[in-house]
Design a protein around this ligand. Structure first.
Ligand code: ZN
Length: 157
């Protein structure tokens, strides 16, 4: 497409710049994410942070992705997870065996819950972006409307 003829239109330039950076940003994030897929060393160093629920959202997502696809890191997480909760439940001697058995399920459930959490947060982020775009479109519409009203832009019918 040739936009050179529209180069005198200030609003068009701003609009296309915004659309480009908006959709370009989505594409960049997707490519960038694949390039920086988490390796085992990083994942192992984040196991404790996962268990203590101190991982930031983007790292949490990458961590879950990695652990889901890497059995050795999953086992590592499982071990830490079981040790972590075994210490917490040490007082309940009667439950000890049952607790250990349940923890495999608990970890699976926990991973699933946090995946849903990441997913919800991502949807919220997209909704916020859409709201922002909507807001910018309204502002631009008002600017154009004002410009037309003041006679800076003439519409030829
Ligand atoms: Zn791994």
């Amino acid at each position: 497409m040739d936009f050179s003829q529209q180069s005198n239109c200030f609003y068009c330039i701003i609009f296309f710049q915004m659309m480009l950076s908006f959709f370009g940003g989505f594409g960049y994030n997707r490519v960038h994410k694949e390039e920086t897929a988490m390796d085992c060393r990083t994942a192992e160093s984040l196991v404790n942070a996962y268990i203590n629920r101190t991982l930031p959202l983007d790292q949490l997502e990458e961590f879950i992705d990695h652990v889901r696809s890497c059995s050795s890191c999953y086992e590592e997480l499982e071990t830490y997870y079981i040790v972590h909760f075994a210490i917490q439940h040490l007082e309940d001697e009667n439950e000890e065996n049952n607790v250990t058995l349940d923890m495999y399920k608990m970890l699976k459930q926990d991973l699933h819950n946090r995946e849903l959490y990441v997913h919800r947060k991502k949807i919220q982020k997209v909704l916020r972006l859409l709201l922002l775009v909507f807001f910018l479109l309204v502002v631009m519409g008002l600017l154009i409307f004002t410009a037309v009203q003041l006679g800076h832009i003439k519409i030829l019918v």
